[in-house]
Ligand binder design. Structure first.
Ligand code: HEC
Length: 177
């Protein structure tokens, strides 16, 4: 009788060790593969501040003033590309048809009233940003940085027109000008 009880006790003990062993093993496996959850999120101020200075930017058509054409919602403008965006342009200064801008490209449309900048319309290629729409972050600002259309609008008033044909990676200039 005593012998049997001991046997049951030992069996339960072994079983417990096995269960604890399995549980620990599982836990070790779970914590050994941490999955980073890093999201990019540029603010309106950061996007504006990256877009105002001309350092590192290349101007489209030598910085000449260009007249917007239908269906442009803007009048006269100048266009500039940061280094990442400029790296995708061919020798004629245009994005080749079917090509894509690399991530971190910034394209700034300086909208003019007379010879003064009245608005900045900006596209930043950043597919990982929480506010990206069709791979780009979209923002429009007054000359002093006042937000006109913030990045949090997720390009809702921009992408419809920018995805119309013809477009090159969502940009409209190269086929129209
Ligand atoms: C009704 C059509 C339309 C809407 C809406 C529109 N755009 Fe555009 N956009 C154009 C056209 C057309 C061009 C080409 C240049 C031109 O003729 O004005 C352009 C050019 C640009 C460019 C220069 C790069 C390129 O695509 O050639 C930027 C940057 C830009 N727009 C940003 C914006 C942002 C930001 C919004 C929304 C807040 C917006 N646009 C809304 C039509 C539109």
């Amino acid at each position: 009788m005593i012998f049997r009880r001991n046997q049951i006790f030992v069996s339960i003990l072994i079983l417990s060790f096995l269960i604890i062993g399995q549980a620990c093993k599982k836990e070790v496996i779970d914590v050994s593969i941490p999955v980073p959850d890093v999201k990019v999120q540029i603010t309106d101020k950061e996007l504006f501040d990256l877009s105002v200075p001309n350092d590192g930017y290349t101007f489209f058509e030598d910085g000449n003033t260009i007249a917007g054409v239908t269906p442009s919602p803007h009048g006269n403008f100048r266009l500039k590309f940061n280094a990442e965006a400029a790296s995708a342009l061919s020798s004629d200064g245009k994005l080749p048809d079917g090509a894509q801008f690399p991530d971190n490209s910034i394209i700034v449309k300086e909208i003019l009233t007379g010879s003064d900048i009245s608005f900045y319309a900006i596209m930043q290629k950043q597919p990982g940003d929480v506010n990206a729409a069709s791979g780009w972050v979209w923002g429009e600002y007054e000359a002093d940085g006042t937000v006109f259309i913030g990045v949090d609008k997720k390009g809702s008033s921009c992408t419809g027109c920018h995805s119309e044909n013809p477009n090159r990676d969502l940009t409209r200039t190269f086929s129209l000008h």
